[in-house]
Ligand binder design. Structure first.
Ligand SMILES: Cc1ncc(COP(=O)(O)O)c(C=O)c1O
Length: 393
């Protein structure tokens, strides 16, 4: 299988981790040699309820037996997609009452950017230095890291960047700006939360000049930071919110929400201003609905905050310089890039999954399923500390 994986399946890096997956359940992934891995990454913030949560599996099975794909997005009434959109509207602040379902995070960003352009009649897009919003060409255009996109230019024109948490740069947002796209908590940059009411100030500037604020909730969304959406903690309501990853409970999905007034613009002038075949897929929407219900009806969001405190308490070591982030979106910062690499690889050997952050080499990603138990957190943190002790610089 390993040879075939390397030969026939396209690779994304020269050194894939190559865990040969047999099955996964709860907080654990098992390989074909019978080794178990405690998962502190959750498929990169995607498996909100752990692996194969029974309610998600049941929703998928039940829907599969009724119908799967029947028609392109938006033509037929398919109850899982309708119920999901309605439940989201009931739990988002006004005016975010209408949701467009797509297939991935980057597509949610593409739709959001198009909506901002369509709603304002402007073209300029602004995002942040070190921002990551996905890998299709629109999302890549607003990525705040030139070295990663140079090879793919030309990308979208009329894109500018501001420094996250820097208030001086807000003057770059002008009457020419269609949309300002920010991650509520900057992910790839190192899990940097907004400070000093920054997002509210960005929103105010957007209102002054008639630009739309788009918040990327693809990682913090769906309860990961202790509230359904991260922005609820920062005194701001965006005009458009993009979501993905954790909303599928392990299935591929994305969505963007806005007011009905704005969203209507995508169906008129031009008609079919945004279309997708599989968006709102009934099986995926059923999985997402089951995930959303569980997040809302359980105390997982409150637990995320308690578990954050536990991680911060347990991850104390002179070589750990900080544990950043909110809820279960945490980055353990260490002294050097080499040490971060050592911890991630050593823990893999010990049966604990950790991962890197794209633009912050001294960070170790800790984004476990929200369902992880306190005992599992203690087991994993012990392995991390052990691996640091084994480090010989
Ligand atoms: C903040 C953020 N935005 C967008 C995306 C893109 O999502 P996807 O990989 O589902 O296209 C990601 C994925 O890592 C992300 O972390």
């Amino acid at each position: 299988m390993k040879t075939d994986f390397l030969q026939y399946q396209a690779q994304t890096s020269p050194h894939p981790l190559m865990v040969d997956v047999s099955h996964a359940k709860g907080s654990y992934i098992y390989d074909t040699d019978g080794k178990s891995y405690l998962d502190f990454v959750a498929g990169v913030s995607a498996c909100t309820l752990g692996h194969c949560h029974p309610k998600v599996v049941k929703a998928v099975q039940e829907q599969t037996e009724k119908y799967m794909h029947v028609m392109v997005y938006g033509e037929y009434i398919q109850s899982p997609a309708v119920q999901l959109s309605k439940l989201l509207a009931e739990h988002m602040p006004a005016p975010l009452d209408c949701t467009y379902l797509v297939n991935s995070g980057t597509e949610a960003i593409e739709g959001s950017l198009k909506l901002a352009k369509r709603a304002t009649g402007r073209s300029q897009l602004i995002s942040a230095v070190n921002a990551y919003h996905g890998n299709t060409q629109g999302s890549m255009s607003v990525m705040g890291a030139e070295h990663r996109k140079q090879a793919f230019r030309p990308l979208l024109p009329d894109v500018d960047f501001i420094r996250f948490n820097n208030e001086e740069d807000l003057q770059k947002i002008t009457h020419r700006t269609a949309g300002v796209l920010l991650e509520t908590i900057q992910g790839s940059a190192g899990f940097l939360p907004p400070q000093n009411d920054y997002l509210a100030k960005v929103k105010k500037r957007c209102e002054e000049v008639g630009a739309l604020l788009i918040l990327d909730e693809i990682q913090p969304g769906f309860g990961r930071t202790g509230t359904l959406f991260g922005f609820e903690q920062y005194n701001v309501v965006p005009d458009i919110v993009a979501m993905g990853k954790g909303m599928g409970g392990g299935m591929p999905v994305g969505a963007f929400s806005a007011s009905k007034k704005y969203m209507h613009l995508l169906s008129d002038g031009p008609k079919m201003g945004h279309i997708t075949t599989f968006g709102g897929h009934p099986v995926i929407a059923a999985a997402s609905l089951a995930t959303l219900k569980e997040v809302l009806e359980s105390d997982l969001m409150q637990q995320a905050v308690e578990k954050e405190a536990l991680f911060k308490k347990l991850l104390q070591h002179p070589k750990i310089t900080d544990v950043r982030g909110r809820g279960l979106m945490l980055a353990m910062m260490v002294e050097s890039e080499d040490l971060a690499n050592h911890i991630i690889l050593k823990c893999m050997e010990k049966g604990l999954i950790l991962f890197w952050l794209m633009f912050e080499p001294k960070a170790v990603r800790i984004t476990p399923p929200l369902t992880i138990s306190k005992e599992e957190i203690a087991i994993g943190c012990k392995l991390i500390l052990e691996s640091i002790e084994e480090w010989k610089a």
